[in-house]
Design a protein around this ligand. Structure first.
Ligand SMILES: O=C([C@H](O)CO)[C@H](O)[C@H](O)COP(=O)(O)O
Length: 216
């Protein structure tokens, strides 16, 4: 299980600084949507240059123009790029194709997808699926990340995201996702290094509890 540190609403320099202070306890680094929108691909390039050995996720949240956007992310050093699951099938296919050509990976954001859309999407076994509760749903509607039955498909590579804290992470214990995406609970913590260390401790304990290996 990997910790993906989500870096949002910072300057590139601040983002690098935060990632450096938590480096020993995080596995993947997400160049957040806000960084990409504010600074463009330079944010992806700079994060990859600063952390060449980490998996860099460009959270571009593509919904159209997939060949162009995914190619741009991968050329800038991203190892994984994100596409919205609500996109047309043509867009998802273009993302998968572009990633395969580049030897990179796709994360499909399941935000606002229904059960039947998820069922269709889960045919893409090479993709990672992110069960995501958005900032607005958290802040405006008070929604929390809830694990649905369907998400328990053991053949699916899974990530979880959206307001995950040291208190709420326990709800994912049984699910054992491949990637746990954490933003504010680390980036806004007084002691970011300690917060990252505490999350890592939980995931290491879960790894020890695994009874059998699956593709996750
Ligand atoms: O994807 C994200 C969100 O849509 C903002 O762009 C965040 O990376 C994700 O939600 C993790 O951040 P926290 O919710 O602060 O943990």
């Amino acid at each position: 299980m990997n910790i993906q540190l989500a870096l949002d609403r910072y300057t590139i320099e601040e983002a690098i600084e935060i990632a450096k202070s938590t480096e020993g306890f995080i596995d993947w680094i997400e160049v957040g949507t806000s960084l990409i929108k504010e600074y463009g691909m330079v944010s992806v390039e700079k994060l990859k240059n600063a952390f060449p050995n980490k998996v860099i996720v460009a959270d571009i949240k593509t919904i159209d123009n997939a060949y162009y956007e995914f190619d741009m992310c991968f050329r800038s050093g991203a190892d994984v790029a994100t596409v919205m699951g609500v996109s047309p099938a043509a867009t998802i296919n273009a993302c998968i194709e572009t990633a395969e050509k580049a030897g990179k990976r796709v994360m499909v954001d399941l935000l606002n997808t229904n059960d039947s859309q998820q069922k269709e999407l889960f045919h893409y076994k090479q993709a990672i699926f992110c069960a995501h509760v958005s900032k607005d749903e958290q802040e405006i509607a008070g929604k929390q990340n809830i694990v649905t039955e369907q998400i328990y498909d053991p053949t699916v590579q899974l990530a979880v995201a959206g307001g995950i804290t040291l208190d709420s992470i326990a709800s994912f214990r049984e699910l054992q996702p491949n990637v746990v995406i954490i933003g504010s609970a680390i980036t806004k913590a007084k002691d970011k290094r300690l917060a990252a260390k505490q999350f890592k401790k939980v995931l290491l304990q879960w790894n020890g509890e695994r009874k059998h290996e699956n593709i996750r």
